[in-house]
Design a protein around this ligand. Sequence first.
Ligand SMILES: *[C@@H]1O[C@H](CO)[C@@H](O)[C@H](O)[C@H]1NC(C)=O
Ligand SMILES: *[C@@H]1O[C@H](CO)[C@@H](O)[C@H](O)[C@H]1NC(C)=O
Ligand SMILES: *[C@@H]1O[C@H](CO)[C@@H](O)[C@H](O)[C@H]1NC(C)=O
Ligand SMILES: *[C@@H]1O[C@H](CO)[C@@H](O)[C@H](O)[C@H]1NC(C)=O
Ligand SMILES: *[C@@H]1O[C@H](CO)[C@@H](O)[C@H](O)[C@H]1NC(C)=O
Ligand SMILES: *[C@@H]1O[C@H](CO)[C@@H](O)[C@H](O)[C@H]1NC(C)=O
Ligand SMILES: *[C@@H]1O[C@H](CO)[C@@H](O)[C@H](O)[C@H]1NC(C)=O
Length: 429
Amino acid sequence: MVSIPFLLILPGLLQLASAGTVPTRTNSFQTVEAAAKAPPDLLSDFQQNNVSAKWAEGYPKEWGSESFKLEYPLPLGSSTSFFAAVSKDEKILALTNGTHAKVFKMDNMTLVSEFPLKINWAYRILLRSAPEGQHDLFATSYEYNNPDGSAPTRKIRLSPDGIPTGQETDYNGRLSSFDIQSISNDGRRLLTLQSTRVFVYDVDDPSKNLTLNQHSDSVMSAIFSPDGKYIATAAWDGYGKLWNATSGELVYSFGPSGGQNWLTRFSPDGKYVLVAVGSGTKVKPHVKIWSLTNLTAEPIEFAGLFPDWVRSAEWTSDGEYLAIGSYGKMIVYSMNQRQIVQTWQMEDNRTWEIYELVWLEGSKRLAYKITGGLEIYDFEKNLKYRWGPGDLDHYNYGAGIGSLIIVKSKGWIGGADTDMKLRFWPYPA
Ligand SMILES: *[C@@H]1O[C@H](CO)[C@@H](O)[C@H](O)[C@H]1NC(C)=O
Ligand SMILES: *[C@@H]1O[C@H](CO)[C@@H](O)[C@H](O)[C@H]1NC(C)=O
Ligand SMILES: *[C@@H]1O[C@H](CO)[C@@H](O)[C@H](O)[C@H]1NC(C)=O
Ligand SMILES: *[C@@H]1O[C@H](CO)[C@@H](O)[C@H](O)[C@H]1NC(C)=O
Ligand SMILES: *[C@@H]1O[C@H](CO)[C@@H](O)[C@H](O)[C@H]1NC(C)=O
Ligand SMILES: *[C@@H]1O[C@H](CO)[C@@H](O)[C@H](O)[C@H]1NC(C)=O
Ligand SMILES: *[C@@H]1O[C@H](CO)[C@@H](O)[C@H](O)[C@H]1NC(C)=O
């Protein structure tokens, strides 16, 4: 398998596709039918006291049963850029088709603005709170997708109602495809990637910046520690690195792993750092967790478990459980028991990547996307939920398309789906 992330590959392929024949809903390269694959057949499901999870009553739910949907009028297959984000105050929702954004006011879901991002193939958008109830929308793409070579990350300031104020800021480097912590917890600093380099920006004053420049191959993941004092990076040079986030000094190097590193995460207490390695051929995919209180202690290691890339991993907020997702496989590890307590595995374990792995309600529920749908496992009830394509639905294959969104004030769950529609359902009690 060629070890480059799909997001590096897809835009080029799609440009070729759109320059050639007109893509259609049945374009076989980009579009798949759900058929019997969704929900996937499992070798091993989540379980409680050795009893496998059951579907909650009324689940799995299929597309078409949602409470409402929003969409960009795009023929399926003409773009895989379709992302959504909701502001922290749940006042606005932004949707992008890769070149433009639409903003909706969430009190009644009215469209309040639509504007060009002035970047191409935006593969991710983020919203940050700005002073006086305003919002900052960040959009990002790969440098080579922007015809004039302009900065790949742009911040667009929006009014409290979601209308662009005309204030825009550009940043060098792109946002990582795999990280949710590109912005520090205090909202003030931003991490972007440019090949082997990582830029650390003061969001409001980009002339205040640091360059972390000690990797020798592309950096895939860069995150702030929960307290903002450290930055961890993982790169294809096989190193995980720990940096002082204030001075930019290198504190420690983990590795080399011998393979390409894809992901790094801090535990919520900031005591551990995780690095995921490997592509399945040269170095078997594995995950190591180092203790930051004793950098020379033997790391916790997960080896021989994953069929391919590990590009999602999240701790519960109390740091007790760690969920790790790969291709067709997830494990949940207990930090206290020092053992794997759940193994979820598809029959076809190389085909579909787990993504958007996130814990909900402490360690009660785990949400993730798989086979074009969104699923939740409830650890207390031993029940599972799914909102996804039905047998007759067509959608784009590919991780990284779509956004899991929970709107607490409304009791909604849903997000951007792989058929370029944003759907919401009631969040199950
Ligand atoms: C679950 O099964 C394993 C092996 O079959 C057994 O050792 C264990 O005691 C069982 N646990 C419970 C809670 O029944
Ligand atoms: C996104 O939508 C805008 C307007 O709705 C349209 O002009 C633009 O071509 C679309 N972009 C893509 C990549 O389809
Ligand atoms: C939505 O709310 C705005 C005010 O926030 C109002 O102007 C608009 O008419 C409302 N739209 C609908 C469809 O109710
Ligand atoms: C960092 O800021 C300086 C000005 O202080 C600017 O010249 C430089 O381009 C910035 N670096 C990046 C990576 O944006
Ligand atoms: C980071 O570097 C600064 C300046 O050298 C120093 O004051 C600070 O203590 C360092 N932070 C950590 C967490 O080591
Ligand atoms: C750190 O780990 C090493 C190796 O396990 C051990 O020898 C050493 O005592 C530990 N140091 C502390 C301060 O715990
Ligand atoms: C992948 O799935 C097959 C069965 O479908 C199983 O035999 C194999 O052990 C799995 N590989 C890994 C690394 O989990």
